[in-house]
Design a protein around this ligand. Structure first.
Ligand SMILES: Cc1ncc(COP(=O)(O)O)c(C=O)c1O
Length: 311
């Protein structure tokens, strides 16, 4: 299905190719250009963008750093299921900016620990990302501080799109890119940066922000009940992602928690790659035949889990 069939184009503007290129130049001194792995599994070609090898273990540093380099506030307030908070905390630390990160009480320890270690003040509130976001907005407005949204901010989207530029440059033969979707900042950025290459937006059954928005014709609130909820547990799709899905070729795929768990194990068995559940969604969708394309690229977005080797 083409993007235009998913949504009518809304007014909100997306970053342009120039914005993606400027973001890439801006963040290049700080972040890694992550490698791609070309492989074949069960006789089918597939490429993996190893973005879980990014500094901090997740792509979120790209968008957070781009926004902070542009705004240069003295203090930043944000909300996060964990990984965006880690990106903000790390980028803020590099730039000498104080950071306050609101997280839900359900945040995995592997994420909370790393945000605190990066030097941010961590405040736990409520049980879902939406609770933490409401508290962060209230705190920022009460104290007159700069608030940075985790996914619905053009500078964040431009930063996330830089991973798409790398895919387009390093895999010219690629004919589909699969990305996991929470609030859709990654989807918005990558779909803009790789266009006209089609993007497959992959969501867990338990937090289907984009699927629900497509069904309703507008962003709607959904629950966040999945193994991948700490990363993909936004309660509604962002306006920028909704616009991106209208103007770029985007199709949808859904995966179950059982498929995510199995795909995570398969990534280890097939490649010795260890990722967090959100990143395994794209491999799950590909294994199940839900990613079109003869030469697809799967974006392995993060690996902020705990290491539990037994032998
Ligand atoms: C590992 C990982 N993958 C994918 C996503 C989805 O990103 P977005 O919320 O921009 O859709 C996130 C968001 O936190 C994440 O942490």
């Amino acid at each position: 299905m083409r993007g235009a069939e998913l949504f009518h184009h809304s007014e909100r503007s997306l970053p342009t190719l120039r914005d993606y290129r400027a973001a890439a130049a801006r963040i290049a001194p700080y972040v890694r250009r992550t490698p791609v792995l070309r492989a074949s599994v069960d006789g089918r070609p597939v490429s993996l963008k190893l973005e879980h090898l990014q500094v901090t273990g997740v792509f979120k540093i790209r968008g957070a750093l781009n926004a902070l380099l542009l705004v240069r506030p003295s203090r930043v307030v944000t909300a996060s299921g964990g990984n965006h908070g880690l990106g903000v905390a790390t980028a803020a630390g590099w730039l000498g900016i104080a950071a306050t990160v609101f997280v839900p009480g359900t945040v995995p320890e592997a994420k909370a620990r790393r945000i605190a270690a990066a030097g941010a003040q961590v405040t736990r509130t409520g049980t879902a990302y939406a609770d933490a976001d409401a508290a962060a907005r209230e705190f920022a407005s009460r104290h007159g501080l700069y608030y940075l949204h985790a996914y619905d901010d053009p500078a964040v989207v431009a930063g996330q799109g830089t991973v798409g530029l790398e895919i387009a440059a390093d895999l010219p033969e690629c004919d589909a890119v699969a990305v996991p979707v929470g609030g859709g900042g990654l989807l918005a950025g990558v779909s803009g940066a790789v266009a006209p290459c089609p993007v497959v937006a992959v969501e867990p059954e338990g937090c289907p922000t984009l699927h629900a928005a497509v069904a309703a014709g507008k962003p709607v609130e959904v629950g966040a009940d999945s193994l991948a909820a700490s990363a993909l547990g936004a309660s509604r799709i962002g306006e920028l992602a909704r616009t991106a899905a209208a103007v770029n070729p985007v199709s949808l795929a859904m995966v179950t928690d059982e498929e995510i768990r199995a795909a995570r194990d398969r990534l280890w068995e097939d490649f010795r790659l260890a990722v967090e559940p959100a990143a395994a969604t794209v491999y799950a969708a590909w294994l199940a035949g839900r990613v079109a394309g003869q030469n697809p690229c799967l974006l392995l977005s993060g690996a902020n889990a705990d290491w539990t080797a037994s032998a």
